[in-house]
Design a protein around this ligand. Structure first.
Ligand SMILES: Cc1cc2nc3c(=O)[nH]c(=O)nc-3n(C[C@H](O)[C@H](O)[C@H](O)COP(=O)(O)OP(=O)(O)OC[C@H]3O[C@@H](n4cnc5c(N)ncnc54)[C@H](O)[C@@H]3O)c2cc1C
Length: 403
């Protein structure tokens, strides 16, 4: 049974924070809010605050291209994202808010023999780990995406594609607002315009946060601050293997026909999907140069448009309505970092880079379990921070952008 579209439950906005909480979550994006929700619903921990510097969902969660998939390159990643993908299917019922979830499938086109080998390997490892991905021929691809130019404009001929059947999309702001409402109704305090400017220390442990309104004591502080994590972690004396890079996206006016599947190219490193309003939403790989800038750039826009129009020539007839950028926290092995930091009382959920929207349900569920029980669920064990010191990287460049 689907939830009516206008059914977004209200959020309670407290005037000021309490002086102390069991858990303070820094950052009101999807990960901070879903963790708060699961703390309240699965673990009955409601003496919890989410502190957001700006307004909730103003960061990457409100800027992303909403693609949900599990077609990763490594078993650890596939299992984690597959679990999240499955949680998304039932999320409307779970949070009682319509999130406009649609399973559409994703095709990843290959234009060279090397890419064909990569996609074949992806299909095998996906299948072995429970994600449904199959190789398709150019003719089969044409059936899935009739608009595609198999000659790639003479520049990028399509040799085949992997087809990830369960690829999906959902409304980003509704997902996060649904979690926020569910947490708030159970007693979690969500405070907007409350930046965390430092951490409170008690001996070797973190015991709270500093805000412009004064300190707030906390049993546990979780950093869920998106691209700003290195600055916050530095207050705890934690140096993270993370760099922050901008990522751009843009949207066109409505396309009257339907583009059923999401179309992506691992080699051209760009992707396109159709929004529920009919617009074409286009994204690509993050900027090579680290930066905190959220200004969209004409050169990025021109590069994506050039490549995507070779595959989908109809895009040339459309107009670009808006472009924007977010700032992505990219770890050195291109996988997320979830869990303890070596500093008592200070946890992180970070490294979500260009791929963290799809992880919001599973990431929040796992972080809530870790905070409530002190034990990390097996699903996120591979993503511990100390993997870098132990030389157990989850090196999946395939997690980044379209790769
Ligand atoms: C253009 C673009 C396209 C993307 N496309 C996809 C996609 O298709 N699929 C996918 O899975 N992922 C995608 N992503 C990635 C995804 O959006 C992010 O990984 C995810 O939203 C991260 O969520 P978060 O909650 O960790 O961070 P955010 O949503 O960024 O939230 C962090 C919050 O912390 C707040 N904050 C920062 N510092 C402080 C402080 N000191 N005190 C208090 N609050 C603070 C910020 O204001 C922000 O609201 C995309 C990202 C971008 C930019």
């Amino acid at each position: 049974m689907s939830v009516p579209v206008d059914s977004l439950p209200p959020i309670r906005w407290p005037d000021r924070p309490r002086s102390s909480y069991d858990v303070v979550i820094v950052g009101g994006g999807g990960h901070g809010l879903s963790t708060a929700y699961y703390l309240a619903t699965r673990h009955q921990l409601t003496n919890v605050a989410v502190l957001e510097a700006d307004y909730i969902v103003s960061g990457n969660t409100g800027r992303n291209t909403t693609i949900i998939r599990a077609n990763y390159g490594l078993p650890e990643a596939i299992r984690f994202y597959q679990h999240s993908l499955e949680m998304y299917r039932d999320l409307e019922q779970e949070i009682g808010a319509a999130i406009l979830h649609q399973t559409r499938g994703i095709v990843w086109t290959a234009h060279t023999e090397t890419a064909m080998r990569t996609e074949r390997a992806r299909c095998l490892v996906n299948t072995a780990c429970g994600a449904r991905t199959v190789m398709i021929s150019p003719a089969e691809l044409k059936d899935v995406v009739p608009q595609i130019d198999l000659a790639g404009g003479g520049r990028y001929p399509v040799l085949g594609a992997s087809h990830h059947l369960d690829g999906a999309t959902a409304r980003h702001d509704r997902v996060a607002w649904g979690y926020a409402a569910g947490a708030s109704q159970r007693g979690v305090d969500i405070l907007q315009h409350t930046p965390v400017t430092g951490l409170v220390h008690a001996g070797d442990r973190v015991a709270g946060v500093q805000t412009p309104g004064g300190p707030i004591a906390a049993g546990v502080v979780l950093s869920a601050v998106g691209g700003r994590v290195t600055a916050l972690a530095a207050h705890a004396g934690v140096r993270l293997p993370i760099r922050t890079h901008p990522l751009h996206a843009f949207v066109t006016n409505n396309y009257a026909q339907e583009l059923g599947s999401i179309v992506a190219s691992t080699e051209l490193v760009c992707y396109v999907s159709q929004t529920e309003r009919g617009q074409m939403l286009i994204g690509a790989e993050f900027d090579a140069q680290p930066s905190y800038s959220r200004q969209s750039s004409f050169s990025a826009l021109r590069a994506y448009a050039y490549k995507m129009t070779k595959l989908l020539p109809f895009l040339r007839e459309l107009r670009i309505l808006r472009s924007w950028a977010g700032i992505c926290d990219i770890s050195t092995d291109f996988s997320p970092i979830m869990g303890e930091t070596g500093v008592d009382g200070f946890l992180v959920t970070t490294g979500w880079g260009t791929w963290g929207f799809k992880a919001i349900p599973a990431g929040g569920e796992a972080m809530a379990e870790l905070i409530a029980t002190g034990r990390a669920p097996a699903l996120i064990e591979p993503f511990r921070l100390d993997r870098f010191a132990r030389d157990h990287l989850v090196a999946d460049h395939g997690s980044a952008g379209t790769r």
